[in-house]
Design a protein. Structure first.
Lengths: 452, 312
């Protein structure tokens, strides 16, 4: 869980997730054992392709793609095979709760899929063992640095040991983008006398107070799952120093989260808890329940990502709005956590050029339309929905942020176990049982354990 | 287990041969016994013994599941035993024993005492109703209880109806009450199991014992105390073992309802095993924790068996 682009956490119906999780848990002991057959990899493997080409064969080619997120995977594959009828891509889906484990085992097996959806947790093992292709030759051949937004490529780079991310060779390219932000209910804000979305952080807190005074719940928060730390996440993006934060997530030596910016962000969260802006039952509320409450008009704000946009627009229509949590200075560069559904290539594939052609297709205008239609932000940010509403609003917000280098990774990418510090940590802040300093030092202790 | 069955098999083969016919060579008979045992033995060895053995082996390795493992010695155990999180999780597991084991056994005995000898018709109905929680998948149970316990759920509605509106809260999200709320779900699940075990045990008790006690002037309470309860010693022992293991190894219920939250208040050892293995990718650490958990279960179960042993 820790390593999933949080963005896609909520795109599938909850019940399926839960059943799968239960099953995964019940068989946990058994699975531990089944790993035994895989005593060791093949050791060093050459994972840099030679003689790369941007033209692909006309002969029939069969590829396999292991993935978990749908949409957009099926639609993107169909879009590509429509353009190249000689290519047949077989899809192998694994539910997310099992994906990290499954993709790790299948990509390191003797008969790996040709391509697999990227997952940072799995990459920590697959990159050092050489099972994932180093895409640098294709970056040059296709000019991907031009066609993909840099912010979306950065988290997909890693050094050879995969201890540091955000630097080194490229191991995947994004097929659809997502981003964290604040949804608001125009009608409820208007009732409280707030006519414009806030432009500064102070204005935002004024809006919270005004809404609260009207007897409207300011926030819905899914503190049982990731919703709690996403509120903190948005505050951290606003107050933290972005380079220091990037370094921390990517595992640069001597990085720390115990910064003044992070303290300010954490204090703002506890201030909201004390003021009663964060609902008392937040720690027992799932992400879906929080989203449903906001969609029913029970609260004024919801901190989540574009993945909720379709449902919220359906429920609230014109009343749904979206902005990035503003900074203290109205001219501050908008900063937010973003992620992507990305795809890697196996270093054992027999058709690296065809796989690379699929990756290149992801940045095309045709793919962009598919990405938009499936509820994501397109890799080619010039494409517009042309439909207005909150989807277009989100798309333009992303474009502005991406242009100013304002997209940073999610904090749970920093270590595989970080989500197990973040979720309980923020629950402690909400319950009032953890103070700000302890919360941050616990996060840093987890970081030090892995990167120190 | 296997060798016990084998011995019994041999004994039966010998005893079934009266009349002085020369019995076959013991070697062949033994071979045949092994042949009968083979299917069960293969499954047991493959899925239980081998798995347990390799978990112990993994616990001495530093391994992410993909790259070649390296020998870690006792490092995994050091980490597991010095981790304050683990001590808390084990303590939570022990607290859950109260709710998964002690209370359900008490409720099971109470129901047995109430139903026994009084209900002549509809016994199957009662048994089915009380046993139903055992049949439902724990994941479904967990989701249902999450709704019941929620801010606007039935538990709070009931409290408000009886004038206790002041204490309503989202129980599973409450820092102090989450573990108790979780434990009570276990109580609901396990009570029926205990009752069914005790009912079947109580029906086995010789009715003449009860009649004799009644003639001697013992009331229902005394008969329960001096006839039924001693007769249920073995069933109580079994119920205690099953429910204690369920408490210490609980995973699915916790995973679905609180996932260890809020702020780690409902962490249980099995949840940490899962996180270590599948979130952090430290198979060795997860295996070491699983071994420690198994040892704790063995110690507690042995203690229970010792306490509930029939006096000689």
């Amino acid at each position: 869980m820790s390593t999933r682009p949080i963005a896609q956490e909520s795109t599938r119906p909850r019940t399926i997730h839960l059943f799968v999780r239960g099953a995964a848990g019940a068989t946990a002991a058994l699975v531990l054992t089944s790993c035994a057959t895989l005593s060791s990899g093949d050791g060093e493997r050459d994972n840099v392709p030679e003689d790369v080409s941007t033209t692909i064969t006309d002969e029939p080619v069969e590829l396999t793609l292991a993935y978990t997120d749908d949409p957009p995977s099926i639609e993107l594959v169909e879009g590509f095979t429509d353009q190249h009828p000689n290519v047949d891509i077989e899809l192998q889906q694994t539910p997310f709760t099992d994906y990290v484990k499954t993709v790790t085992l299948s990509m390191s097996s003797d008969d790996p899929p040709d391509m697999a959806q990227y997952n940072p947790g799995a990459m920590r093992s697959l990159i050092p063992s050489g099972h994932v292709m180093d895409l640098e030759p294709y970056v040059e051949a296709y000019g991907w640095e031009e066609s993909f937004p840099e912010a979306s490529l950065e988290p997909l780079r890693a050094d050879e040991d995969a201890t540091r991310f955000g630097t080194g060779s490229l191991y995947a390219v994004p097929g659809a983008l997502s981003m964290l932000g604040v949804f608001y209910n125009r009608e409820l804000l208007a009732e409280a006398g707030v006519d414009e979305p806030p432009a500064t952080f102070d204005e935002f807190e004024d809006a919270l107070a005004a809404v609260d005074e009207e007897g409207i719940a300011p926030f819905s928060v899914g503190g049982l799952e990731v919703g709690g730390f996403q509120v903190w996440n948005a505050l951290l993006n606003t107050f933290g120093d972005d380079q220091a934060y990037r370094d921390w997530v990517h595992g640069a030596p001597d990085s720390t989260i115990e910064t003044d910016g992070a303290r300010t962000a954490t204090e703002a969260l506890t201030r909201w808890v004390e003021a009663g802006y964060v609902p008392e039952d937040a720690n027992a509320t799932s992400d879906d329940d929080a989203k449903a409450a906001f969609a029913n008009g029970e609260s004024a704000f919801l901190v989540t990502g574009n993945w909720a946009a379709f449902e919220l627009e359906e429920a609230l229509g014109e009343d749904a709005g979206f902005f990035l949590l503003p900074g203290e200075d109205p001219d501050q560069v908008p900063m937010t956590s973003g992620s992507s559904v990305s795809y890697t290539v196996s270093s054992a594939t027999e058709h690296p050029d065809v796989a690379a052609a699929f990756l290149d297709y992801l940045s095309s205008p045709e793919a962009a339309q598919i990405q938009l239609d499936t509820g994501f932000m397109p890799v080619d940010t010039d494409v517009s929905t042309g439909e207005g509403g909150v989807l277009e609003e989100i798309n333009s917000v992303y474009g502005t942020a991406a242009e100013q280098d304002g997209i940073v990774p999610f904090p749970d990418f920093s270590t595989p176990g970080m989500i197990d510090q973040l979720t309980p940590g923020v629950q402690g802040l909400i319950a009032g049982s953890t103070d700000e300093e302890t919360f941050l030092s616990d996060l840093q202790a987890e970081w030090d354990r892995v990167h120190g | 287990m296997a060798s016990g069955a084998l011995l019994r098999g041999n004994g039966a083969a010998g005893a079934g041969r009266p009349g002085g016919r020369p019995s076959r060579a013991p070697g062949r008979s033994r071979l045949r016994a092994w042949l009968y045992l083979l299917p069960a033995l293969t499954v047991y060895a493959g899925f239980a013994i081998y798995s347990a053995g390799s978990t112990v082996w993994f616990s001495f390795l530093d391994w992410d599941g993909v790259q070649p493992p390296t020998w870690a010695g006792l490092a995994n155990y050091t980490r597991v035993l010095t981790e304050p999180l683990l001590a808390e999780a084990i303590l939570n597991g022990l607290i859950l024993i109260v709710f998964f084991s002690l209370i359900p056994i008490a409720i099971g005995l109470l129901l047995t005492g109430l139903l026994l000898g009084r209900v002549r018709t509809g016994m199957t109905f009662f048994r089915t109703v009380f046993f139903l929680p055992q049949v439902l998948p724990l994941v479904a149970v967990g989701i249902t209880w999450r709704w019941l316990y929620s801010d606007a759920g039935m538990v709070n509605q009931a409290l408000e109806a009886v004038g206790l509106g002041a204490i309503t809260r989202a129980w599973l999200g409450d820092y102090h009450f989450a573990l108790i709320a979780l434990g009570l779900i276990g109580t609901w699940c396990m009570s029926g199991l205990c009752m069914v075990l005790f009912m079947s045990g109580a029906q086995r008790i010789d009715p003449s014992l009860n009649e004799a006690a009644a003639i001697d002037g013992a009331g229902p309470l005394r008969r329960f105390r001096y006839v039924t309860l001693p007769g249920l010693r073995r069933e109580v022992g079994i119920a205690a073992v099953i429910t204690t293991i369920a408490a210490l190894a609980s995973f699915d219920l916790v995973f679905v309802t609180t996932n260890g939250g809020p702020a780690g208040q409902t962490n249980v050892p099995a949840l940490l095993v899962y996180r270590l293995a599948f979130n952090e990718g430290t198979i060795g650490g997860a295996a070491a924790l699983a071994v420690v958990l198994t040892l704790i279960v063995i110690v507690l179960v042995s203690a229970i068996r010792l306490l509930t042993r029939e006096p000689k």
